[in-house]
Design a protein around this ligand. Structure first.
Ligand code: ZN
Length: 225
């Protein structure tokens, strides 16, 4: 076995985690990258197939799929319940797409698996900059979770968040610098209505994604111009 540093990417097949996966392949080498994808009863279970396809195309040999489809037995929200409209309630601090505890659950499972594989680095595409302020996407949560995982398993995990302080525009720039702008644009699934690539164009996630893309393309034209 080689001593090369290995990494586990928490991978959903969306823009952010795909960009992280591509960067990890560059930085660690394809053979040292594993990824893990969670199915947790999302309305658009296509997400899992999108993730599978991207990982396979990128030559990832170890792609772990984990079924957490009991999640909607303990909580519900607009991502899990198809009768609910996606909305930002005026009375609530968060949009109804927040899945309580999701990232904590993901990181716990990811870390248990990583340790079983002798992996210490765990990469996640969470970002606190320009989304709705999901509590478990904040840097303070990630740092606290990292410390807790280390204590829980007496192991020195390193949870890495390449996108934490980036805007969507900067995440597109990162994909471009990896030579993968078109790939990320066309292959990933971020849309709440389950449409790959450009998406439905109307949900909050599509709007955010497209606004960032347009801003990046405009700034690139300026530089090239
Ligand atoms: Zn959409």
């Amino acid at each position: 076995m080689s001593d090369a540093k290995k990494v586990l990417v928490v991978f959903s097949g969306g823009q952010d985690s795909t960009t992280c996966l591509l960067q990890a392949i560059r930085d660690y080498g394809r053979d040292c990258v594993s990824c893990i994808t969670f199915f947790y009863g999302q309305k658009h279970s296509d997400e899992v197939n999108v993730a599978k396809n991207i990982a396979a195309e990128q030559g990832i040999k170890n792609h772990k799929l984990i079924n957490l489809d009991w999640y909607n037995q303990i909580t519900t929200n607009a991502l899990l319940d198809s009768s609910m409209e996606i909305a930002q309630d005026a009375g609530s601090a968060y949009p109804n797409t927040v899945v309580d505890g999701r990232n904590m659950m993901f990181f716990l499972v990811a870390a248990i698996y990583a340790k079983s594989q002798g992996i210490k680095d765990i990469i996640t595409g969470v970002c606190e900059t320009d989304f709705s302020g999901y509590p478990d996407c904040r840097d303070v949560f990630i740092k606290s979770c990292n410390a807790t995982l280390n204590l829980a398993m007496d192991y020195s995990f390193h949870v890495i968040t390449p996108l934490m302080q980036l805007t969507k525009e900067q995440t597109w720039k990162m994909a471009d610098e990896l030579g993968m702008l078109d790939y990320v644009y066309e292959k990933t699934l971020t849309c709440y209505n389950g449409i790959v690539g450009r998406g439905c164009g109307e949900c909050p996630s599509c709007e955010l994604r497209q606004r960032g893309y347009d801003a990046y393309m405009a700034s690139r034209l300026k530089i090239e111009g």
